[in-house]
Design a protein around this ligand. Structure first.
Ligand SMILES: [Fe+2]
Length: 334
């Protein structure tokens, strides 16, 4: 089993008493602990915004979020949290966005990413127009769990078309490992095969039936598609998406690769390389205004030096380092 650390979860329901996720503060804290135990270090809380069912808004969620953040700090759970939302696809979405009542996954320098939920039964008519409307406003939709949508399962080209139009996709960790049944698992695997998955997230709701299982899904992907692909789906891409760099395509790969390379090196054996990244870690990457900052340049060049040394060694460690170098040379985040 690959022990991925510092994974990033972009979809979960831990904010207490706002939807069908954590019912109260204790349940919320238990879920955060479980996520941390699962290897997750950064969590975007994504309560439902579904008019008429979960009437949450950015304004109503902010106070609850701050209270929950303070409780996590007091409980001494070492995870970083931020607020976003899983927003139901409906006509109400236009007004909510215009009133700035939707917290986005990414909201940096005018570029935003929206976690968009369709009904499980079908793809609502007008979605293509909605996607165009969003993209015109620099809001990139990320489609939540398409592997559980009956229309996408039956007509996979509908999803491929939306991806071509500019949508990202998030599949659910539990579906990858079969916890939502055979059909959803098959759909999730088909999307991975077709390279139509941007990130894997937990969409965890509770400890009993829908716990965080990101590590388990990452391991399945690592076994079937390799470790780099797994890390891209549970670490590099969600980190880039949640740190505001996703749209700067020329710059962002350097940061993502730094994250991957740090993971691939055995950090205990390379403290001089590890120090600038592990100590400051995502916080430094997050606050670096561009990839051209001293932090990224220096860390990147130290990583490359170390990997070059490692690549010259015989055996598995050498070939792993060579593979990482190859990715550094030719890296593209979907
Ligand atoms: Fe969800």
């Amino acid at each position: 089993m690959v022990e991925f650390a510092r994974m990033v979860d972009l979809h979960c329901h831990y904010l207490p008493a706002v939807d069908d996720g954590a019912a109260n503060l204790n349940e919320g804290l238990d879920l955060i602990r479980a996520a941390h135990d699962n290897g997750i270090s950064r969590i975007l809380l994504t309560p439902h915004i579904h008019v008429g069912r979960y009437d949450n808004t950015n304004s109503s969620l902010q106070t609850r979020f701050e209270t929950f953040r303070r409780a996590i700090t007091a409980a001494n759970i070492p995870v970083e949290i931020a607020l976003a939302a899983e927003v139901r696809c409906s006509d109400d979405l236009f007004g909510l966005i215009e009133q700035e009542e939707v917290p986005f996954l990414l909201d940096a320098k005018g570029n935003k990413t929206l976690l968009l939920e369709m009904p499980h039964s079908h793809v609502p008519p007008g979605v293509d127009q909605l996607v165009r409307w969003l993209l015109k406003r620099n809001i990139r939709p990320m489609l939540a769990h398409p592997e559980r949508n009956k229309e996408f399962m039956k007509y996979p080209h509908r999803l491929a078309d939306l991806c071509s139009a500019g949508c990202l996709t998030q599949i659910t960790a539990a579906a990858v490992i079969g916890r939502f049944g055979e059909k959803s698992q098959h759909a999730a695997h088909a999307l991975l095969n077709d390279d139509l998955v941007s990130v894997i997230a937990t969409d965890a709701h509770n400890l009993q039936h829908r716990p965080p299982l990101l590590r388990e899904a990452a391991n399945w992907v690592a076994q079937n598609f390799g470790e780099e692909r797994a890390w891209r789906l549970v670490g590099a891409t969600p980190a880039a998406l949640s740190t505001g760099n996703f749209y700067r395509r020329a710059a962002q790969p350097r940061k993502s690769v730094a994250v991957i390379a740090t993971h691939d090196l055995n950090l205990r054996e390379a403290p001089q390389v590890a120090k600038p990244i592990t100590v400051e870690s995502f916080n430094s990457i997050k606050t670096a205004p561009t990839a051209g900052t001293d932090f990224c340049e220096q860390a990147f060049s130290r990583l490359r030096e170390k990997l070059n040394e490692r690549a010259a060694q015989p055996g598995g460690a050498g070939s792993k380092a060579a593979r990482t170098l190859a990715i550094m040379d030719d890296w593209r985040v979907r």
